[in-house]
Design a protein around this ligand. Sequence first.
Ligand code: HPA
Ligand code: ZN
Length: 319
Amino acid sequence: MPIPKAELHLHIEGTLEPELAFALAARNGVELPYADTEELRRAYLFDDLQTFLNLYYGLMAVLRTEADFEELADAYLARAAAQGVRHAEIFFDPQAHMARGVPIGTVIEGLSRALERSEERHGVSTRLIMCFLRDQSAESALETLEAAKPYLDRIIGVGLDSAEVGHPPVKFREVYKAAAALGLRLVAHAGEEGPPAYITEALDVLRVERIDHGLRCMEDQDLVERLVRDRVPLTLCPLSNVRLRAIDVLEEHPLARMLDAGLMCTVNSDDPAYFGGYVEDTFHAVREALGIDHERLRTLARNSFEASFLDRDAADEAL
Ligand code: HPA
Ligand code: ZN
């Protein structure tokens, strides 16, 4: 039996398995530049974040209708449930779809159809977090927030993803301020490929409550002490770090050292269709590679509920 856990760092577009990609491509008359699912899987060899993102945005071409987004989310939730996930806070990238002519309403309505039935069907409660693409302009992020206004009852918060280096958090100061004023919760990717200073900036300038990844905090002892003191949750994704070459091999992942340092770590799958595993697979992998024992796996699971946007009673109940 997998340990019950919450998943807090999961891009729904990153759950698009090759089989579903081909099925949607056929349904929507989209030509994919791969002969079959095997050839597509062979393309999943990345050197860095940008190489991955190029494939990831390209493959999104198959997602066109509400039904497509519903099917994508439902497939993830079924897999997540089998991996012990009881609560999922799910990222989506509206700008990547709007740029292809798919309205934000199609994306949100489609995802919502799966999310609304998730507790009943899969026993997984859900929240939706809208991410801004940091390699797009600050104006585009503001326009996206504006476009999302009719759907704010479906969205718990905003995040920041895509190519990190050269796009510091401060670029998005204004849109985060506007999101906070609308009552949205705030998270951001920081310290994945970018420097520790981006983590500090995300906390001080954007005022985020959680840091997605945050791996590179380990290069700055003062920052580690601050994160420990303030119990800032880090949503780590060890398999993603290996596949995107943030670290060479899983055996070198700092997760065990981060737990030793007292950091509020959680373990997540990021883009599981691309990175070789869903969240329980990731728990297994860190147990094997890093010798993280059952007690510490339970700590990671407990942290995931505590760091979630569930209200306290619901989080305590899930534990
Ligand atoms: N980092 C940044 N952007 C992303 C990621 C990631 O790991 N996955 C999907 N978009
Ligand atoms: Zn991510």
